[in-house]
Design a binder for this molecule. Structure first.
Ligand code: AP5
Ligand code: MG
Length: 248
């Protein structure tokens, strides 16, 4: 499956991406994670990206597109992928179509929109903590690790992202509304968009996502423009024992 996740900062793209990618057996490709890894390693790409990320602005399209083109050319992405955080502008979306045609003579199967409001985003981002080693995403109130500041999964140190300050979050929300929200209409017109309500327990949202994606996995979907309304496909049936699956 070739899948794009779209939604505002804090919608839960990273949180859901790991579960959905695992379920679908495809690699998760997060442009934010790739940029952050480059920033922490001090690579030229990281140095270039950092100024934009610290302000909550988008890294210029040419830099981002080249990075994604390289990543999609890697062997594990040939049979499918989940893109988290890309595309984020209409030009990026148009270039993604070109890349898929060039690299694999293929196209996107589906775009999943995570629908949440700004107040929820602010609550989520103010308490987010991320593992320095495995990148697992926690929340101090909604999904806390057993020991404060320590990842349950690998014992890694948890850190707060530099772009999660209230000022930068406000700018990221503006940038989303201006540059990324138009993608929702762009993909709806192409019959590729499904939207789900991304509020409530993490497990429930994962199940809604899996249910919404199922027809696309089987290639049985009618590709006429879809209704954009959130889809609540019923209660979760997954256990909550797995680390990181207990948010409420
Ligand atoms: P990126 O890392 O992609 O940031 P973002 O889009 O702003 O999204 P976030 O990662 O902040 O939120 P998320 O939706 O992943 O939420 P999460 O799962 O963490 O990009 C960072 C920067 O990189 C950009 O600003 C830009 O500069 C640059 N960049 C990246 N891609 C680019 C591109 N294509 N073009 C140009 N520039 C680009 O969840 C948030 C919190 O909520 C967590 O604490 C989590 O535990 C909690 N949570 C999740 N689900 C729930 C729930 N159901 N209930 C309660 N809490 C929950
Ligand atoms: Mg993320």
């Amino acid at each position: 499956m070739r899948l794009v996740l779209v939604g505002p900062p804090g919608a839960g793209k990273g949180t859901q991406a790991q579960f959905i990618a695992e379920h679908s057996g495809v690699p998760k490709i997060s442009t934010g994670d790739i940029f952050r890894a480059n920033v922490s390693e001090g690579t030229p790409l990281g140095v270039q990206a950092k100024t934009f990320m610290d302000r909550g602005d988008l890294v210029p399209d040419d830099v981002t597109i080249e990075m994604v083109r390289n990543r999609l050319g890697e062997a594990d992405a040939v049979r499918g992928f989940l893109l988290d955080g890309f595309p984020r502008t209409v030009p990026q979306a148009e270039t993604l179509d070109d890349i898929l045609r060039e690299v694999a003579e293929t196209k996107l199967d589906v775009v999943l929109e995570l629908v949440v409001d700004d107040d929820e985003v602010i609550r989520r981002l103010s308490g987010r903590r991320t593992c320095r080693t495995c990148n697992h995403i926690w929340h101090v109130d909604f999904d806390p690790p057993a020991v404060e500041g320590v990842c349950d999964i690998d014992g890694g140190e948890l850190y707060q992202r530099e772009d999660d300050t209230s000022e930068t979050v406000a700018n990221r929300l503006e940038v989303y509304a201006e540059s990324t929200a138009p993608l929702v209409a762009f993909y709806a017109e192409r019959g590729l968009l499904v939207g789900i309500d991304a509020t409530g327990p993490v497990d429930d949202i994962t199940q809604r996502a899996i249910d919404a994606l199922r027809p696309f996995e089987k290639g049985q979907v009618d590709k006429s423009p879809t209704d954009r309304g959130p889809t609540d496909a019923g209660p979760a049936d997954k256990g909550a024992s797995e680390p990181g699956r207990t948010a409420s």
